[in-house]
Write a protein that binds this ligand. Sequence first.
Ligand code: ADP
Ligand code: MG
Length: 406
Amino acid sequence: MSSSHINAATPVPSFADLGVPSELIKILEQRRITVPLPVQIVTFGEAVAGKDLAARAPTGSGKTLAFGLPMISRLSHDKMRSPTGLILAPTRELAAQISNELSPLAVARNLRVQSFYGGVGFSAQLRSLRKGTDIAVACPGRLEDLMRSGRIQLGGVKMVVVDEADRMADMGFLPAVRGILDAIKEDHQTLLFSATLDNDVKVIMDSYQHNPTYYEIDLDDESKRRITHQFHIVEQAERTALCAKLISAQSSTVVFVRTKHGADRLAKQLSHQGINAAAIHGDLTQNQRERALTAFRKGTVQTLVATDVAARGVHVDDVGCVIHYDLPENAKSYLHRSGRTARAGAKGTVVALVTPKQRAMAKNIKSTLKLNAEFIGDFPSRKPTRKRDALFVSATPRAQLPGTPK
Ligand code: ADP
Ligand code: MG
């Protein structure tokens, strides 16, 4: 396994320099995407040449186009119009997003993209299979269903992408992913993308990739500086009021809570305070979730109150602020939640609300991630002090999670 690094001193090539077909470049330009991002630069050549590769790159670094562009450039449709490309994604929202982002590009090359996920009926997905689907973007569970019932043929698949491989592992999808990869014939190309790389992910690389090139892309210092991290110390009962105040100062905010019930309750409480908020969690139907996301994207809803699972992989442009209303379970989750803001070089603020009891937990997250964030307000000593409105302090995350390979 070889590895490759890119840094600020590397001259930036254009999409044309990389060999991206001109009809795709035209569509990218309509979306004002004109300069390739690092992960796209380093992976395009090998991916389009059919080589296996694995890339660890942070959230928001442009991984979708890093696998989407070479896939669309390289594949053609087979006679049966059964899939020649397969993208595996851990959540419905992510599958839908990938499919939406890649569809117009694929159409320009006469390829059809369709997403396959549970929670919605089979009929539209089956209709699209009958019509012909060249690139399938699928969640493992629904894909297994379709495979078992013989309604999708993967015999012609030449290129497979495992996106958010770390999430797949977290969500317990690795056995399903392995089953799917086992069922596709041996000589396909496999690309693997992940925000973190730990043993579960390495197992997939070892079992299914041939001599993969391994790429590691870190945020350069400039984009790191774009995120401001704040830890606010606040009494349990005062979190909602502080949250409302923080949201009012932002254009759009994603608030993370621990439970579905908590999400509903907080969305309601915020609405009472005049903030347009919608909850998004696993008890909502797929339709309800999509409606909330669309309203948020359009700006009719300013705040999304989300549970972790519901928010995984969700991409919305211009999220100005992420609030950890309930502290995340661990540093990894903090990183993933916080990745909803400051995507693709934009600016963002991340605020964690820390109750006095959560002091140790918060300090642990801060030190694990080597965040330069200061605590705002004091932890109460015996005599409680109230300094909650002290100045915000900005910070730079100095490192990725420890333990990821260098
Ligand atoms: P990741 O999968 O790494 O979390 P995404 O692929 O979702 O990140 O990309 C994040 C955002 O950046 C998307 O809105 C995407 O359209 C945008 N983007 C991707 N590539 C570029 C680029 N070369 N220039 C500008 N924006 C880009
Ligand atoms: Mg992604």
